[in-house]
Design a binder for this molecule. Structure first.
Ligand SMILES: CC(=O)SCCNC(=O)CCNC(=O)[C@H](O)C(C)(C)COP(=O)(O)OP(=O)(O)OC[C@H]1O[C@@H](n2cnc3c(N)ncnc32)[C@H](O)[C@@H]1OP(=O)(O)O
Ligand SMILES: O=CC(=O)O
Ligand SMILES: [Mg+2]
Length: 571
C-alpha cells in the first residue's frame, strides 16, 4: 500500500526519532528503516548486510563522481553540445581485442522473457519456454520496500528451486518445471537510492543493494544449478559512460574475490539505452571484457534519453511517440552499430522489446498485435541480433519461431553476422532527428498513459497493460519528457493541420479531459479507490517543471518511501 509520507532529509528530527534497525541484526553503520518481517530478516542477515555495506563503502565515491560527470555532460548538451565518439578512446574502438568467450550455459539466448520479481510471475517466466528470464528490479518494478524484499525472497527460492505459489482464488499451485529459463537479474540504475537502508548515515545505492543481496544469497546455488560453473548473470541498465561500466566491473571483481570464485564468473549484458552510451559501446565492452555477455538495445529508454539529452535543442523535437519506431534512421543505426560492435568483440547483440501484448478478448486485434511482434523480430534476426525480448509468455512461441527459422540451427549469430557494413555509421546517423508529425492525440495519449502508469507505480505495480501495450518506467518516461518538451517549446501540433500550439492552457484542458476519460474507462469505483488524482498532480508537475527532472521515478520514489518506527512492525 502506498504511503504519502514524504522522504525526509537525514537531519529531520522526525526521521531520526523513527529511525532504527527495526529488529534486524545489523552490522556497524547499517540502519534498516523498512518494515520488519521474519522472511525479510532471512535476506537481511548480518553477513549479507555487511557485504552490501562493504560494497557501498568501497564504491560510493566512484558512484558520486560518475553522477557528477553525468551532470556535467548534461550541462554541455543543454548548452548546445552533442554527444559523440570520444577521441581519447579511439584506440579502444580501433583496437583488436575481444571479450572473454561466452559461457556455454548462455550461448543460446534466442528469446528472453522479462518481468518484475513477483512470485507468480517469476515461476511463470522460468517455465515460459524462453531461454532466459530477466528478473527485473528496474523498469518493471515499483521499488517499494515490500516489492524489493519479497523479490529477493522469490529469487532466492527460485535459484534453490523451492519456489511455489498458491493462487487461492483459482486454487492453483505454481511450481517450477524440470526445464527452466536461465536467470538474469537486472538491478536498478546507478541514480536510484534505497532509502530504507542507510549506510553510515546515507541512503544505500539501490543497485548495490539489489546486486549485493541477490549475489550473497544465490551465487553458490546458481553456479551449481544453472550456470555450469559460471554466474550469476546480470543485466545492467541506464549507463551513460564507460566509467560507470568500470565501477560494475570492479564490483564484480570484488564480489568474486569475496566469494572465492574465478574472475570472469559473473557475466552481464549492458543495456545500451541512453544516447550518450551508443558512442561508448566499445568502451563499455572493454571495461567489462572479462565479465561481458553482450549488449542489448533498450529501445524505450533510448528514446526517452534522446529527448532528455536534447532537452535544450528545439531543432530535435520528436514526433508522436507511436511514430518513433525501429524504422527511424537513428534507431536502425543504433541497432546496426550495436550488432557490429558486439560481434566484433565476440558477444551477443540482443534485440529489444516490442510493446505489444496478447489481446484476449479480440482475436483479430490479437492476430494483428502478434503480426507486429513477428515483423519486429524478423527485422531483428535478419539484422543480426542473437536474441530478443518478450514481455509476455503468450508471445514466446511467435518470437521463438522467427528466430529459430532465421538462425540456421545455430545458437547465435556472433560469428556469422559481422555487419561490417555498419562500421561506416557516423555520429550524424545516430543523432538524426526522427521523421513524423505531432498531434493532439499524441499529447492526449502521453497524458493518459503517463497518469495511469504513475497511479499504478505508486500503488506497487511497475509494469501494466494499457491500451493493449506493455507500459513500464521506460515507456512512461517518453510520455513525460515529450509533453515537457512540447510545452517548453510551444510546439505546433503540425499533424492536425490546425495550427494549434502546445501551451499551459491547452495542456491544462487536456489533463482535465483525459482524467475524465480515465474515469470513464476504469469506472467510477476504481477511479475513486485508486490514486489517479495524486498521480495526475505528480505527472502534471513533472511535465510543467521549469527544469526537466532527470527521472520520473526518482521524484515519484519520495512517495513510496515508508519508514516504520522502532518496534511497531514486529506484530
Ligand atoms: C522497456 C523495458 O524495460 S521492457 C522490460 C520490462 N518490462 C517488463 O518486463 C514487462 C513484463 N510484462 C508484464 O509485466 C505483463 O505481461 C503486463 C503487465 C505487460 C501484462 O500483464 P497482464 O495483463 O496481467 O497479463 P495477463 O493477464 O495476460 O497474464 C496472463 C498470464 O501470464 C503471466 N504473465 C504475463 N506476463 C508475464 C511475464 N512477463 N512473466 C511471467 N509471467 C507473465 C501472468 O502472470 C498470468 O499468469 P496466470 O495465467 O498463471 O495467472
Ligand atoms: O529496458 C529496456 C528499454 O527498452 O528501456
Ligand atoms: Mg530500460
Amino acid at each position: 500500500m502506498v504511503s504519502f509520507e514524504t522522504f525526509l532529509p537525514t537531519n529531520n528530527p522526525v526521521q531520526r526519532k523513527n529511525s532504527g534497525t527495526m529488529g534486524y541484526d545489523v552490522p556497524e553503520g547499517v540502519d534498516i528503516r523498512g518494515r520488519y518481517d521474519p522472511e525479510f530478516s532471512k535476506i537481511l542477515t548480518r553477513d549479507a548486510l555487511q557485504f552490501v555495506a562493504d560494497l557501498q563503502r568501497e564504491f560510493r565515491n566512484h558512484i558520486k563522481y560518475a553522477m557528477e560527470c553525468r551532470r556535467e555532460a548534461k550541462m554541455r548538451y543543454n548548452n548546445g553540445g552533442l554527444p559523440g565518439f570520444d577521441p581519447a578512446t579511439k584506440y579502444i574502438r580501433e583496437g583488436e581485442w575481444v571479450c572473454a568467450p561466452v559461457p556455454a550455459a548462455v550461448a543460446d539466448r534466442r528469446v528472453e522473457i522479462t518481468g518484475p520479481v513477483e512470485r507468480k510471475m517469476v515461476i511463470n517466466a522460468l517455465n515460459s519456454g524462453a531461454k532466459v528470464f530477466m528478473a527485473d528490479f528496474e523498469d518493471a518494478l515499483s521499488p517499494s520496500w515490500e516489492n524489493l524484499m519479497r523479490g529477493h525472497v522469490n529469487l532466492r527460492d527460485a535459484v534453490n528451486r523451492t519456489i511455489t505459489f498458491h493462487d487461492q482464488a483459482r486454487n492453483k499451485v505454481y511450481k517450477l518445471n524440470d526445464q527452466t529459463a536461465k536467470l538474469f537479474v537486472r538491478p536498478r540504475g546507478w541514480h536510484l537510492p534505497e532509502a530504507h537502508i542507510f549506510i553510515d548515515g546515507e541512503p544505500a545505492t539501490g543497485c548495490l543493494v539489489d546486486f549485493g543481496l541477490y549475489f550473497f544469497h544465490s551465487y553458490a546455488n546458481f553456479r551449481k544449478a544453472q550456470g555450469q560453473g559460471f554466474g550469476p548473470f546480470f543485466y545492467l541498465p541506464k549507463m551513460e559512460h564507460s566509467r560507470e561500466a568500470r565501477i560494475w566491473n570492479n564490483v564484480f571483481d570484488r564480489a568474486e574475490k569475496w566469494a572465492g570464485i574465478e574472475k570472469g564468473s559473473i557475466r552481464a549484458t549492458v543495456l545500451i539505452e541512453t544516447l550518450p552510451a551508443v558512442f561508448q559501446m566499445n568502451e563499455i565492452l572493454y571495461e567489462l571484457r572479462d565479465h561481458s555477455v553482450g549488449l542489448n538495445c533498450g529501445r524505450w529508454d533510448y528514446i526517452f534519453s534522446y529527448v532528455k539529452t536534447f532537452q535544450g535543442h528545439p531543432d530535435r523535437l520528436l514526433p508522436d511517440r507511436v511514430q518513433v519506431g525501429m524504422g527511424q534512421h537513428f534507431m536502425r543505426s543504433y541497432s546496426d552499430l550495436l550488432i557490429h560492435t558486439c560481434h566484433k568483440r565476440g558477444v551477443h547483440a540482443m534485440g529489444g522489446m516490442a510493446a505489444q501484448i496478447p489481446i484476449r478478448d479480440d482475436p483479430a486485434a490479437n492476430e494483428a498485435a502478434l503480426e507486429l511482434v513477428r515483423k519486429d523480430k524478423l527485422r531483428e534476426v535478419k539484422a543480426g541480433h542473437d536474441g530478443t525480448w518478450a514481455a509476455h509468455p503468450g508471445l514466446i512461441p511467435a518470437c521463438m519461431e522467427v528466430f529459430t527459422n532465421n538462425m540456421a540451427n545455430a545458437p547465435n549469430q556472433i560469428h556469422s553476422m559481422k555487419r561490417q557494413d555498419a562500421s561506416v555509421l557516423i555520429e550524424e546517423d545516430l543523432l538524426q532527428s526522427p521523421r513524423g508529425v505531432r498531434t493532439m492525440e499524441g499529447l492526449r495519449l502521453n497524458t493518459r498513459v503517463g497518469i495511469q502508469y504513475l497511479a499504478a507505480w505508486l500503488t506497487g505495480a511497475g509494469s501494466v497493460p494499457l491500451y493493449n501495450l506493455m507500459e513500464d518506467a521506460a515507456t512512461a518516461e517518453i510520455s513525460r519528457v515529450q509533453n515537457w518538451q512540447w510545452l517548453k517549446y510551444g510546439v505546433e501540433l503540425d499533424g492536425d493541420g490546425l495550427g494549434v500550439k502546445v501551451n499551459l492552457d491547452l495542456f491544462g484542458r487536456v489533463v482535465e479531459e483525459e482524467m475524465a476519460r480515465i474515469e470513464r474507462e476504469v469506472g467510477k469505483e476504481k477511479f475513486k479507490k485508486g490514486i489517479y488524482k495524486e498521480a495526475c498532480k505528480l505527472f502534471t508537475r513533472q511535465c510543467t517543471a521549469p527544469i526537466l527532472d532527470d527521472f520520473l521515478t526518482l521524484d515519484a520514489y519520495n512517495n513510496i518511501v515508508m519508514y516504520h518506527p522502532i518496534g511497531s512492525s514486529r506484530l
